[in-house]
Design a protein around this ligand. Structure first.
Ligand SMILES: *Cc1c(COP(=O)(O)O)cnc(C)c1O
Length: 388
């Protein structure tokens, strides 16, 4: 085992000099290896894999963090969204207002239930749904607003809740990228009727596979969510609703519980890395050349992604790739222009800010273990690109 740990550390340090990975999950694992292995072993010893004490304990952890009375584990962030919409009985004939600049699951969950995703454009400063554009698309069919706290930054929840209240709409939060983020001191996932979280490995709290959770303060909804995740059954072989099979595994919950106590520290390291990028970009006098992420006053950004913008995005990425620096594009094509949503009959030009963002955004490595040297390497490559 000692050798294996050394191997990982060597691998990580041997690669820091010239290569900057986008995300280094092996570095994270090296720090929690023994604890993770023993908690996996603990579950294997019990052979209790479905909805046991590990899931219960993680639900309690998340409910405390999100300051919601109830947290219900499920199989993925996508299923968290699906279960939320099912619990609210959203289906054919209903419309749900959301952003086109997000991961497919946000609008996909709406469409899968036969409801219609209705997009509104984003605010180019924070990439989140622009509340000023919501009212003009509200119809008699609108049931809910589904904001996404994209990249780790809370959407403007004051404005969204005000509109929802005035029009009697439900708010469901897609907080898949934002666990622990706060808007005016209050945790995301606690503003709407239901909050949706993901434990996909690349999220700030990531499992060893898929996992998700929903949060709510409504006991009736919490009960329905619990029933829906086990085929609509409360007692064995009695089905009061048509549900799905969407449970968080005990093994995943056990691994996530090892990581959970580290989340706050890892988040502050992401914040430190973001601050460091800002000062390195200033040193290189690149602040006017590329646009760094802006933080909306009142919000706390947990930096699942550090997304910069430049019209030269594709050329820079290619140059950085040649320098051994990995970057990603979230998202290269907005949802209203995806083939899967062609039936919604949106056109290019309908959401100019989302479309421009798709052409210009680029996410830089921001994971907790990233070193200052690596960040210098990232920014100096961008500087060199512009000097050439
Ligand atoms: C990751 C993500 C999801 C889906 O989560 P999975 O666990 O991958 O199913 C939904 N919405 C957003 C914004 C996400 O980033």
């Amino acid at each position: 085992m000692a050798q294996a740990i050394q191997g990982i550390q060597q691998g990580a340090s041997g690669s820091t000099k010239f290569r900057v990975p986008f995300l280094d999950l092996q570095a994270q694992f090296a720090a929690i290896r023994a604890e993770t292995l023993s908690s996996v072993e603990r579950v294997l010893e019990t052979q209790h894999f479905i909805l046991g004490s590990e899931v219960k304990a993680l639900e309690a952890d998340v409910s405390r963090l999100v300051e919601c009375q109830f947290a219900i584990g499920c199989a993925s962030g996508s299923d968290a969204l699906l279960l939320a919409l099912m619990a609210l009985e959203i289906g054919p004939g209903d419309e749900v207002i959301t952003t086109p600049f997000t991961f497919i699951a946000t609008a996909g969950s709406v469409a899968r239930l036969g409801a219609r995703p209705v997009f509104v454009d984003i605010n180019p400063d924070d990439f989140n749904l622009d509340p000023q554009k919501i009212e003009e698309v509200i119809t008699s069919r609108t049931r809910a607003i589904l904001p996404v706290h994209l990249f780790g930054q809370p959407a403007d929840m004051d404005a969204i809740l005000e509109i929802a209240e005035a029009s009697n709409l439900t708010v469901i939060e897609d907080a898949a990228q934002s666990i622990g983020a706060r808007w005016k001191g209050k945790a995301v996932g606690s503003f709407g009727r239901i909050g949706c979280f993901s434990f996909f490995p690349s999220k700030n709290l990531g499992g060893a596979g898929d996992g998700g959770m929903v949060t709510t303060n409504d006991p009736v909804l919490a009960d329905r969510l619990r029933v829906l995740r086990v085929h609509g059954s409360r007692s064995k072989y009695q089905y009061e609703l048509v549900g799905i099979n969407s449970r968080l595994d005990e093994l995943q919950a056990a691994i996530l519980r090892v990581k959970f106590p580290h989340l706050e520290k890892w988040t502050s390291l992401r914040e430190r890395n973001a601050d460091r990028y800002r000062s390195i970009f200033r040193q290189f006098k690149l602040n006017d050349v590329v646009r760094l992420p802006s933080v909306r006053p009142g919000g706390e950004h947990v930096y699942n992604q550090f997304t910069i913008r430049t019209p030269q995005r594709d050329k820079i990425r290619e140059y950085m790739r040649q320098q051994g620096i990995a970057t990603e594009v979230y998202y290269p094509r907005p949802l209203h222009l995806q083939e899967a949503f062609a039936y919604l009959e949106y056109e290019s030009g309908d959401f100019p800010e989302a479309e421009r963002a798709s052409d210009e955004v680029m996410a830089l490595p921001i994971f907790a273990e990233l070193t200052e040297d690596q960040q210098q390497h990232v920014v100096s490559a961008i500087a060199t690109f512009f000097e050439r």
